[in-house]
Design a binder for this molecule. Sequence first.
Ligand SMILES: Cc1cc2nc3c(=O)[nH]c(=O)nc-3n(C[C@H](O)[C@H](O)[C@H](O)COP(=O)(O)OP(=O)(O)OC[C@H]3O[C@@H](n4cnc5c(N)ncnc54)[C@H](O)[C@@H]3O)c2cc1C
Length: 500
Amino acid sequence: MRIPFFTRNETLENAEEATVVQSVPRIAIIGAGAGGSSAAFWISKAKERYGLSVEIDVYERETYIGGRSTIVYPYSNTSLPPLEVGASIFVSANKNIWRASDEFNLTRREFDQGGQTGVWDGEELLFSFGDGWWHTVKAILRFGMLAPRRTEQIVGTVIKQFLTLYTLEAPKWDDIADLAASLGFSDLIQSTTANYFVKGGVSKRFAFEVVEAATRVNYGQNLDEIHGLGGAASMGATGAKGILGGNFQVFEQFLKHSGANVHLKTEVASISEISSPSRQWVVKSASGTVNYQAVILAAPFHSSGINLPPSLASSIPEQPYVRLHVTLLTTTSPTPDPAYFGLSAGAVLPNMTLTTHEGVRNGRKEPEFNSLSYHGLVRDGEWAVKIFSKERLSDQWLSKMFLGQVGWVHRKEWDAYPKLTPTSTFPPLKLDRGFYYVNAFEPFISTMETETIASRNIVDLLLNEEFDSGICGPRLSATDLPKNHTTASSDKEFVFGWDC
Ligand SMILES: Cc1cc2nc3c(=O)[nH]c(=O)nc-3n(C[C@H](O)[C@H](O)[C@H](O)COP(=O)(O)OP(=O)(O)OC[C@H]3O[C@@H](n4cnc5c(N)ncnc54)[C@H](O)[C@@H]3O)c2cc1C
């Protein structure tokens, strides 16, 4: 199939014939999720500000924009509120998404439905607390004052450092380990959350009951498996928001504003290099073969199915991802089955049930799910529920859990996020000249926001390297400030890349 907007002889049958010199340089972006859509947006900022002349083509194998951020309507009924199947929340410290929602007139909504949060160990509901759960008096009685306070200090320090990424002085990095070092995160990233938090004065009980509940719902990983940054990010979700109608709209708007040519249902099969008459990257997709001056890969390489020259493919280390089952359903039962949790009929159950691995460590049964949460009414008398689990939950299991009152069910399996194993090394973000890899950032941290930061950095490196340009003007070195900035970065509203 010929890509409709390509004219002249630019769509070629095979790489050997790819000798056409294109009048306007082209950049290919593979993936239309948070990383790819924001990459297109950042490039368009350089076009708008400095007259950079490039065409951007975005390839996406799915039929929709958003990647791991996507929605579904209960019963496929668009008059009911949609539910997030993947990424659900962001916070005010996520300044790119926050700013995008303002600029694109998208409405932020509270994510938290209020009510009780409980922690289940597989055999026993250890506790449940009300709104602001680990700050409540009941929580203080169980854990003391010190552990929540120490946790807040750790998380606060991480967020403060993270926010420097939005200032004019934000570091530019070509190695993620260097970024970790410049943010003071090396120890955090090389330790398990368990070790880092306990060493930081958080009691073991709080760590393994509360922090672990957060790492299991946010990253499907236990406290002694996940690195400290994953743990801190999991605990930094206070004040969580989502976009009314679905977070994917941010990514749709990035692409719309970028002016990129977006090709849905167009899987990229291979990327190779030719050196004559000039060095070009040859992208082969379901729609044909096109030459590019630069390529941005914005999808996890090992699940992309893309064929790369062996020397490039072998430079990207294997990256295990957490296989996660998301089950969305509606039910007319206002709570799960109390008997499942060893409670008497009529007992009030938490709105959100999180889990800990502590039971297993003490010889108990493993929880059958990572989290189970009610997400408000879809219509009178019918609630939406979201369950994360390691294994598929059968119809019988769901029926028992919701007292035979299940309406609609939707299941999705994801390679959700990398296993955030403690590490001191990361995949290369520059694979070769003019060829960059956004998802190298994911083993450091995997969120919608951080993918937009990873792409900002990559676009800046790429534009400097190939086009003597940048999102905020050319930068000669990592310590060099961008030229032509218009706003003082001491301004609280300043967001690097948006305001320059
Ligand atoms: C269940 C779940 C819950 C999550 N919760 C949150 C949350 O609450 N908050 C948060 O911030 N993050 C959350 N995340 C993580 C977040 O979704 C990811 O970090 C982020 O969306 C990744 O964006 P990305 O653009 O890098 O990758 P993706 O969103 O995976 O986008 C990559 C795109 O590339 C496409 N692609 C792959 N191969 C090819 C190919 N060969 N050719 C063409 N296209 C290709 C894919 O179809 C995909 O659309 C969650 C993830 C999951 C799965």
